[in-house]
Design a protein around this ligand. Structure first.
Ligand code: IMP
Ligand code: MG
Length: 206
């Protein structure tokens, strides 16, 4: 777990691309095939964790042949910083009764794993037939090995990443790739760099 914003706002900028759009698409196609193989035609409820999972969930669902229903949960654990508080709060609940349903939780990234742990615990009390986890990314950090991710897109090193749904203080979500956020050593203003670096990065990626 990286902590980038420890005290007063540290200026950040978009660094190198970690996973480009084509590689993301290949990984998501593979995940869709894995889910289809396991479901073997049985319907599944995909539960997206807002907001980070929306791009991933839409692309995944479109590639699946399994009959899917969709629902969403929103929890808050980070606030606007980059360090998980561990205090996971339910902000928006499902509108679907999950009792007896096969459920796959769709999450953007597993960092400490605390968010998923809480969500699995909460859904478990509602008597679903099964609960699996599908995560686009998992950080290679000590302590999260025990989180049972059934379908995993990519394992990454311990960077703070943005794009394809992932944010830093609500910015960068609509990048079509995953990039690394890094301290802006050149900045003398103390202002977080967002739009400028993002636009040039999108241009570079085309
Ligand atoms: P965990 O509870 O520590 O596993 O944190 C999971 C949540 O924190 C994810 O759903 C993300 O919203 C957020 N998060 C963790 N790491 C990152 C990152 O590198 N970039 C953006 N958001 C992150
Ligand atoms: Mg977030």
């Amino acid at each position: 777990m990286v902590a980038l914003q420890s005290g007063p706002a540290m200026p950040m900028k978009l660094g190198p691309t970690l996973i480009d759009a084509g590689t993301l698409e290949e990984g998501i196609s593979r995940l869709a095939s894995e889910v289809d193989r396991d479901q073997n035609g049985r319907p599944v409820l995909l539960v997206g964790i807002l907001k980070g999972s929306v791009f991933f969930l839409c692309d995944l669902a479109k590639k699946m042949k399994t009959p899917v229903s969709l629902d969403f949960l929103q929890v808050s654990s980070y606030g606007s910083g980059t360090k998980s508080s561990g205090n996971v709060r339910l902000v928006r609940d499902l509108s679907t009764d999950v009792a007896g349903r096969e459920v796959i939780i769709v999450e953007d990234i597993v960092d400490t794993g605390r968010t998923l742990h809480k969500i699995v615990e909460m859904l478990g009390t509602r008597h679903p037939k099964s609960v699996k986890i599908c995560a686009l990314l998992k950080k290679r950090i000590p302590g999260n090995e025990g989180i049972p991710v059934d379908y995993l897109g990519f394992t990454i090193d311990d960077h703070f990443v943005v794009g394809y749904g992932l944010d830093f203080a609500e910015s960068y979500r609509n990048l079509p790739f995953i990039g690394i956020l890094e301290p802006d050593g050149d900045s003398t203003t103390g202002k977080e760099s967002t739009v400028d670096s993002r636009q040039s990065a999108v241009k570079d990626a085309k």
